[in-house]
Design a protein around this ligand. Structure first.
Ligand code: NDP
Ligand code: BG6
Length: 498
């Protein structure tokens, strides 16, 4: 059985009637309970404006819980007993006072001396500060521990992010704030640390001397259907690149921290972000999806919630350069798109080719870290084709999680992060100065794209690989595409050897 948390913890999910709470936050809390990481002495509240009973909240959320065994099914009812719902406004003290009375009654009944309260703000940014103020005024545990988890977006540019921080910092200390970027909770993203610094074979070649190019790609097979209203003012760059992919990039390129101390890790992340050159506005591809070739899938602008003639970017590719000893001259291509041919998030590190001479056309080694789906790490290596022939072929060292780790529980990102917040571990959360540097990097670029001189997105069909120019763009930034034909997985024996 896993170690349990502090007893009698109180968790409040604000925005409990919303999509995120239903699909991610409550299922993550259940997951932690199911695995023994949340004590049955915990009290969980859902809070939102909608009128609803606790039972109605239970009915909304329980369908999203993961239950693979009989035992886990039984845990659902046990868990739901811990969850109550309180309805109240976000901008008036009344609901917060009711919430506080209920929490205090609970803590008194349990004889709690030092309250431990975690507030999860699964809310739109428009009400975020209002709620934080009411919380501080009415529900803050001054004689114990209060922590607040904040969801993205943390602003839409440098100015708004700075303003948000200015309003938040008098209310809660940096120690109390947990800015969640759920990519930091993904198993393979967390593994970057161990893979890089725990393997000398990788550690020693993790630099410009050995690596030719890096790609970080995010592909989704669906469009913004139904979410166009939200997405239209945001675009893919703010939605996933400035946050999720940039986090992956910093973990991938930072230097080794001096210790496991969260601040030591976050210091290294900030350092590498500061070494990034401004993004070259001319060296980008932006796109927007149009109808699928067979006409069955809609164009982005067909969404009724999207402004007519919208230039919102649903695909982008850009190249980042880190100007330090380790990375100078290595192009790092970040690309992200909605409505593409598949769903996949991966990192592709392509090594330099071996010296010519006897190995004229030897394909480069490639290390692929597939974050999702089907977590895997594989390295493409050249090996002699078995048999009498002297030819070589691309083979791989393959760590496919579903094969290697069948007996393991791979936590959902939110499970892992909520556990960290409950323990007061900041390593996998975004620090204020980190946010500041990342917005400094992206704001000039976004301002240009959204100015009258900004280019129009290139149209690409729903279900395609993205804009036509992508293939050439990747080649121009050092990526050698070896397939299809040269590499197959799993490897089949060539005909001549059968
Ligand atoms: P792919 O052949 O799928 O892709 C290699 C790279 O080339 C990607 O960056 C891809 O971009 C790009 N690419 C794909 N098609 C084209 C194209 N027509 N023109 C230009 N670029 C292209 O990956 P791998 O070679 O790494 O692996 C081959 C297959 O084997 C994959 O399906 C992989 O998942 C699988 N495999 C699975 C393993 C496992 O599960 N453990 C282990 C090893 C391999 P884009 O992503 O945009 O298509
Ligand atoms: C969210 C974005 O932050 O991340 C979504 O707003 C995106 O547009 C999602 O689909 C991707 O997360 P995941 O975990 O499904 O890869």
């Amino acid at each position: 059985m896993a170690t349990q948390f502090k007893e009698n913890t109180v968790i409040v999910v604000f925005g409990a009637s919303g999509d995120l709470a239903k699909k991610k936050t409550f299922p993550a809390l259940f997951g932690l309970y199911r695995e023994g990481y949340l004590s049955s002495s915990t009290k969980i509240y859902g809070y939102a404006r909608s009128q609803m009973t606790s039972e109605e909240l239970h009915d909304r959320i329980k369908g999203h819980f993961k239950t693979t065994t009989e035992e886990s099914k039984q845990k659902v009812e046990e868990f739901l007993k811990l969850v109550s719902y309180i309805s109240g406004p976000y901008d008036k003290a009344e609901g917060f006072k009711t919430l506080n009375e209920s929490i205090e009654a609970f803590e008194q009944e349990r004889g709690v001396k030092e309250p431990h309260r975690l507030f999860y703000l699964a809310l739109p940014p428009s009400v975020f500060i209002t709620v934080a103020k009411e919380l501080k005024e009415n529900v803050y545990a001054s004689n114990g521990i209060t922590r607040i988890i904040v969801e993205k977006p943390f602003g839409r540019d440098l100015e708004t992010a700075t303003e948000l921080q200015k309003q938040l910092s008098p209310l809660f200390t940096e120690e109390e704030i947990y800015r969640i970027d759920h990519y930091l909770g993904k198993e393979l993203v967390k593994n970057l640390f161990v893979l890089r610094f725990g393997n000398q074979i990788l550690n020693s070649s993790w630099n410009k001397e050995s690596i030719k190019s890096i790609q970080i790609s995010f592909k989704e097979p669906f469009g913004t259907e139904g979410r166009g209203g939200y997405f239209d003012d945001i675009g893919i760059i703010r939605d996933v690149m400035q946050n999720h992919l940039l986090q992956v990039l910093t973990l991938l390129t930072m230097d080794r921290p001096a210790s496991f101390d969260p601040e030591s890790i976050r210091d290294e992340k900030v350092k590498v972000l500061k070494a990034m050159a401004p993004i070259d506005k001319k060296d980008i591809i932006i796109g927007q999806y149009t109808k699928s070739l067979d006409g069955s899938k809609p164009a982005y602008v067909d969404d009724e919630t999207v402004k007519p003639g919208s230039k919102a970017v649903t695909f982008a590719a850009m190249t980042l350069h880190i100007e330090n000893e380790r990375w100078d001259g290595v192009p790092i291509v970040m690309r992200a798109g909605k409505a593409l041919n598949e769903g996949k998030v991966e990192v592709r590190i392509q090594y330099k080719q071996v010296a010519k001479g006897i190995f004229e056309d030897m394909p480069p080694n490639e290390l692929v870290i597939r974050i999702q789906p089907n977590e895997a790490v594989y390295i493409k290596l050249n090996a002699k084709t078995p048999g009498l022939a002297t030819t070589s072929q691309i083979s791989d060292l393959d760590l496919t999680y579903s094969k290697r780790y069948q007996q393991f529980w791979i936590p959902e990102a939110y499970e892992s992060l909520i556990k960290n917040a409950l323990e007061g571990d900041h390593s996998n959360f975004v620090r204020d100065d980190e946010l500041d540097v990342s917005w400094k990097l992206f704001t000039p670029f976004l301002n240009y794209l959204e100015s009258p001189e900004g280019p129009s997105p290139e149209l690409y069909p729903y279900g395609s690989r993205g804009p036509e120019e992508l293939k050439q763009y990747l080649a121009d930034h050092g990526y050698i595409f070896t397939g299809p034909g040269k590499y197959q997985w799993p490897v089949t024996r060539p005909q001549e050897n059968l």
